[in-house]
Structure formats: structure tokens, C-alpha cells
Design a protein around this ligand. Sequence first.
Ligand code: BGC
Length: 246
Amino acid sequence: MKEILGIDVGATGIKGAIVNVEEGKLITDRIKYPTPKPATPQSMTEVMKKLVEDFNWKGKPIGMGFPAIIKDGVALSASNIDDTWLDFPIVGFLNKKLKSPINVINDADAAGMAEQKFGGDKENKGLVILLTLGTGIGSAVFSNGVLIPNTELGHLKWKESVVEKYISNHARETKDLSYKTWGKELNKVLNHLEFVLSPDHIIIGGGISKKFHKYEEYIDCSATVVPAKMLNNAGIVGAALAAPKK
Ligand code: BGC
């Protein structure tokens, strides 16, 4: 099956589109709904159901990226969503509620899978880190194209808290940081990641990847640092790649 409904669940929005998974392209417009507050399993599932109806997709395979650690079909963290997701059997629950075969992986891992497959040559070689800078920070780490799933580099301890509280796009906006101030802090975090993981290549994803030219000059790393090529579609395309194979 080459057409799959990809759903990219975020702390701010829930987006979906039908994806041609052989070409890595959206073949419909994206539909986006705000993430309900509180973002509980019940309220979020209602939004997912709407997407399944919008695309007339009941019974057909769905791939989903979700903003939490996902292991063996269970959500094991809940940083920017409601705590009731903790230890929640997300895959079994959504299978029943959406009446479709579904698989769920971490949202940043999904974006990373899409970049690895469709983003270009360089992205496949050596140790690659993709960071999605949005409401939180997601990470995907690949060694020669093989994903090490569920890394949470946005939750490395940093100053008084964790990395995502300082260099997510949300932090930049709410603290009204200039690109210079924020870009320099981002550079410090990237330098720290370089020391810890020795990456060859770092990809900046999330909506802020479109504004890369505004903070590029503050980035000084040994690894190459580039914006994600698939920009905001990586999450949906990568989600679709994770759908159950039939
Ligand atoms: C979560 C990650 C997620 C990231 C981006 C973080 O707060 O802990 O699992 O990938 O946000 O949504």
C-alpha cells in the first residue's frame, strides 16, 4: 500500500494528510486542528477521529507521530500533554477507537525517518542528530541510517532546568528572545551535544527551520548544521512511514 494517512500529533496542533510513502510526498492538503486542552487521551482521540473522517480513512492503515516516548505500543512520558498519557497503551486504544490498523512512534523519530529517507545523501552518513524545535524539543539520532529510538535530547539537564526550556521555539517566543540571544544559546547546546555524541551532521527541524537564515550566523560547530529539507512536512511523512505494513 503506498498511500497512508500520516498524523503528526503535537502539543499545539494535530495535523494529517495522505502521503505517498514511496515518494515521500503529501498527495492531499494538510488538515490541522488545535490540540485540545487538557490534552487527554479522550479529547485528543476525538480530534484524530475527525481527521480519519475528513480523509474518509476508516479501516485503512494509519501512521502516527506522537510527542512522547513510545515503547511497545505504550506512551512512557507526557511532557507537554496531559499526565494521563503516562503509561497509556496508546496503540491498542487508538486501534479500537479509530477502527483502523495504526502504529505510533515518537514524533521527532518520525520526522527523522522522513529526512533520512527523502532528505538527501548527506543525512544518511555517520552519526546524525535531528532536533525539532517547537513547543518542546524532540530528537532523533541515527547511526549510518539506523534509528536509535526515543532519545530525549531536549530533556538533557541545562542550567536550572532542561534544554527544551531554553532553546525550544516556544521558549524563544514566550521570553521574547532575539534571534541573536536565542541562536547563541542554541549554539551552546549544540556544542555540548557535539562533545557528548560526536555527530557528523545536525539537522534543525520544526517550524523554525524555515527561519534558519536568521540564526545561522550564531552557529559554530564542527558538524555540519542544516535546516530540515522537508521542513514542516517531515512529521506527517515520517508518521506515514511508520504505519503497519500490510
Ligand atoms: C517530548 C518528546 C517530543 C518533543 C517534541 C518533548 O517534550 O518529551 O517526546 O518528541 O517534545 O514534540
